[in-house]
Design a protein around this ligand. Structure first.
Ligand code: ATP
Ligand code: MG
Length: 613
């Protein structure tokens, strides 16, 4: 076996970090020589980075195989026609097309896949023609392309990334072989994957977004670098993405005098801030009236001036598949006024009133007349509320549906599972013949994991001021041997022997054979985050020992060289995230949510230390 020596490997650690690297994972991956940017949103993985990426990928692959999914590989290039069939050519804004629409050139007929529902559904349409072939769950680990508007935070959000995507096909929803069963199996596999990668994760109810479908859960890692907001009930009974989070109805404060309607001149004042400043009323006293286009029809949303419309909730309440903010022309058509003066009084359109508006008294709103507002607006008295629903974003101070206070946390989405139903099989006519001889659309689920993002999320949750603290399961090397005093034959002999024995024992070991000062070597080992360090030095050997230090707690033990391998193996076992196969541990899609403190993760020593943000 050739020695894995630092001087023969490629580990370009550096002190220089680009100015735009603001989050810890981005800074540390560059400093540790793991990645190098090629263009905005695309990175080379240098050897140390690639080792970890491959380890994450292997864990994902092992667990998918264990869960009965079957690996295949699909290309990044897709024909535009299939994206037209599902209607997503229009709705997926990150879709990258090789040539401009309408051009004769072949490039105009090709897109780069941001996800593979179209390609897999075409395969299913071709081959899955009988109930006898179902269920089947196909997956790949493959490069995705997305025209993200703002690639940022290193490999957390890039335009080219590695995704594990799985797609299941069924003849039924419930029962053996049904979608619900595979969804649960994937859900459990995801819990095992994130636990094995050492991630402190949570599972939340999610909005299914442009992928569509009727149920979905997201796997989240709470950290400051995250772009998602997790909303949790203080009593642990509820957790959801802010895009989805429901709130308990507010109570009527009965703070009104049943004031009469009065038109007021508000020239040039159209925003909530301008009008509330001009009239000297709180934003919470205003009724914000927002016009949308919903499946081609106007739809008006009413929320309190200090609240924001949640468009996903609005679409659900209105029972439409999409809503987009109306353009100025539609707003003028609906209100008869310039933009900024819309209000519900006398408005002839479908509108949905948020629950918090329904209990307002003496509110202020637009008069549907340019430069005018009205005061003394009492919902119910001054406009009829045919549809009242929860259509706003949760805010600090809100309560969960069961009454417990809501708290907000930033987090990173690392995985997402969806029950798609027949959305894609209907659109692409992927039908099978059922037991009754009838042709029916395939029932589908899909399940995604961001492989690179797991790596960055692990660094975000596990690092300190010296560098990365990898969980042993995905560390680029599990052990680094720092050989000090390289001119001493005995040091070199012991270090090389330990290297060979560890390697023979299946341990990923790197021998730091650089002719450098101990502090310099230790700093690099801590920067790249190797969980276990063995220090072999002249003085220690004279005392008959080598030192074994664990990265995350800086604990050192002195052991005779011939006990080092056994000690290291024990440490690796102790540090490997504990993840029993027993079903039912961790989380369940039936209950709303079980936190990372559940039995799956709580058992691991990695989670007993407080990660530094
Ligand atoms: P986001 O909301 O962060 O844009 P998404 O919900 O669009 O992500 P999905 O379509 O659910 O992402 O993709 C499945 C998984 O792929 C995500 O859970 C995430 O881990 C990963 N992923 C998505 N977009 C990116 C990206 N731009 N860079 C790296 N990983 C990504
Ligand atoms: Mg998602």
């Amino acid at each position: 076996m050739p020695l894995m020596k630092w001087t023969k490997f490629f580990i370009p650690t550096t002190k220089e970090v680009p100015a735009d690297a603001s989050v810890p994972s981005h800074q540390l991956m560059i400093r540790a020589g793991m990645i190098r940017q090629v263009v905005a949103g695309a990175y080379s993985y240098l050897p140390v980075g690639y080792r970890t990426l491959r380890k994450v990928e292997n864990i994902v692959r092992e667990e998918m195989n264990r869960a009965g999914a079957i690996e295949l590989h699909m290309p990044a290039m897709h024909p535009v026609e299939w994206w037209e069939e599902t209607g997503r050519l229009k709705t997926v804004d990150v879709l990258l097309r090789l040539g401009p629409p309408g051009d004769e050139d072949w490039r105009s007929r090709v897109v780069l896949g941001p996800t593979h529902e179209e390609v897999i559904t075409e395969i299913a349409r071709a081959y899955l023609t009988s109930y006898k072939q179902l269920p089947v769950n196909l997956y790949q680990i493959q490069t995705k392309f997305r025209g993200e508007a703002r690639p940022k935070s290193g490999v957390l959000r890039t335009r080219e990334f590695l995704m594990k995507d799985a797609y299941s096909f069924h003849s039924r929803k419930e029962g053996p072989g049904g979608l619900d069963e595979t969804y649960q199996t994937m859900y459990d596999a995801y819990c095992r994957i994130f636990a094995r990668c050492g991630l402190p994760y949570l599972v939340v109810e999610a909005e299914s977004g442009p992928i569509g479908g009727d149920a979905s859960h997201e796997f989240m890692v709470p950290t400051e670098a995250g772009e998602d907001i997790l909303v949790e009930a203080e009593d642990g009974s509820y957790a959801a993405n802010l895009e989805r989070a429901e709130v308990a109805p507010l109570e009527d404060s009965q703070d009104g005098t049943n004031a009469p309607l009065q038109e007021v001149h508000t020239p040039g004042h159209s925003t909530i801030e301008e009008v509330s400043g001009f009239l000297g009323c709180e934003a919470a006293k205003m009724i914000k009236t927002i016009i949308y286009e919903a499946e081609g029809q106007p739809l008006v949303a009413l929320v309190r001036g200090d609240h924001e419309v949640n468009e996903a909730k609005l679409a659900r309440a209105a029972r439409v598949s999409w809503v987009v903010a109306a353009d100025a022309a539609l707003i003028q058509k609906v209100t008869g006024a310039e933009v900024g003066f819309a209000g519900p009084v006398g408005l002839n359109a479908r509108f949905i009133t948020d629950q918090a508006v329904s209990i307002m008294h003496d509110g202020v709103t637009g008069a549907n007349k340019t430069d005018y507002h009205i005061t003394g607006v009492n919902p119910g008295r001054d406009f009829e509320m045919k549809e009242i629903a929860d259509i706003r974003m949760a805010v600090e101070g809100d309560r969960a549906p069961n009454g417990s206070a809501l708290v907000f946390r930033k987090c990173i989405e690392v995985g997402h599972v969806f029950k798609l139903g027949t959305k894609y099989s209907d659109a692409m006519k992927a039908h099978y013949i059922d037991t009754d001889g009838k042709s029916k659309p395939l029932i589908m689920g899909c399940y995604g994991i961001g492989v690179n993002r797991i790596m960055a999320a692990a660094i975000e949750s596990m690092h300190d001021d010296k560098g990365i603290c990898w969980p042993v399961s995905i560390a680029p090397f599990q052990v680094v041997i720092c050989a000090l005093d390289l001119r001493e034959q005995e040091v070199v002999k012991v270090a090389e022997k330990l290297h060979d024995e560890l390697e023979a024992a299946g341990v990923d070991v790197l021998l730091d054979d650089r002719d450098a000062r101990p502090g310099f070597k230790f700093n690099d080992a801590e920067l790249i985050g190797v969980p276990i360090r063995i220090t072999v030095g002249k003085r220690g050997l004279a005392d008959g020992i080598v030192e074994i230090t664990t990265r995350h707690d800086h604990q050192t033990q002195k052991v005779p060289p011939d006990q080092a391998v056994a000690t290291v193996r024990r440490l690796i076992d102790d540090l490997t995230p504990n993840c029993p196969l027993k079903k039912g541990t961790g989380t369940s899609p039936d209950g709303v949510f079980t936190g990372a403190s559940g039995s799956t993760l709580g058992a691991s020593p990695l989670f007993q230390r407080t990660p530094k943000a």
